[in-house]
Design a protein around this ligand. Sequence first.
Ligand code: PMT
Length: 309
Amino acid sequence: MAEADNFFRDTPEPPNFVEKKRKIEEFVARHSNGDTPVVLVTSGGTNVPLEGNTVRFIDNFSIGTRGSASAEYFLEHGYAVIFLHRGRSLQPFTRHLPQRQLLDILEVQTGASGENQLCVKHDQSKTLFAVVEKYQKVQNEGRLLMVDFTSLTDYLHLLRASSLIMDKLGNKAFLYLAAAVSDFYIPRDKMPLHKVQSSNGPLQLSLELVPKMLDALVKNWVCSAYVVSFKLETDPNLLIMKAQQALEKYEHQLVIGNVLDTRKIEVVFVTNNDEQWIKLEQEEIDTGVEIESKIVTSLVERHRQFLNE
Ligand code: PMT
């Protein structure tokens, strides 16, 4: 725990931290009295700067598919969602928009009265209609808060702040930690301020270990919450063992194991009592079912049981 405290003492708060914390506080306060459960969904990759005035950084593969899709399904199940995401990664609802230029889906049409109007092209309107309708409903109900981060340190400061704020929700709080979090970083006192010069020759990097924050999160920050973490491996033979180790070490409710290559078609839920594989059948893949819909449906049921215990 002391390691986590030192990390926060020695790393700067993210830009607009006070404002972001205020919005999270307001959001949680708004949902603290009713029956709406609140889930924090973390999503996307964390980057690790190599220079104080950052030109270069180390990044990872995640574009936030898991987090953004899951957030939508939690919203469908009636949850209020704090979506803590990497800036410019995938977001709920807009992820369905065509990955083309916005201008390619719009066109100017001349109306009956001769006035020009901006319209969505016919082949796109059905998809957009459904997305906008769902988005508006969620916005009108005030059930989605978007909070962005870029670097590893931004993410961890915001994760701690959100968790501490959500603690007042008791077991109505749910944390779904799908972001891809770096294990290595360069502490501020070991980082050059200015751009590293190639004229100095090949670059030697020395990265230090980031303290595992799950320990402090479960035991100190948000003690009564339902906490689900993800375990990512590239070697399938290590997956279950690593997930079990995480569960034993951090003593939270559930670890979802996934392998990089197969993460979109199968995951395994590991708890103290069981292992449950969730897989997409070929027919489901062919018809566009997303594994996150099955993950979230199962989690909502598990959270319901947790609330009843
Ligand atoms: O975004 P996509 O492309 O859809 O990919 C989704 C995903 C593969 C990123 C996602 O499903 C996933 O597995 N996310 C977790 C990845 C990860 O950080 O795994 P890990 O084995 O490095 O960490 C395990 C857990 O420890 C994570 O819950 C993480 O939040 C936590 N952690 C990690 C580092 C750290 N310093 N402190 C932590 O508490």
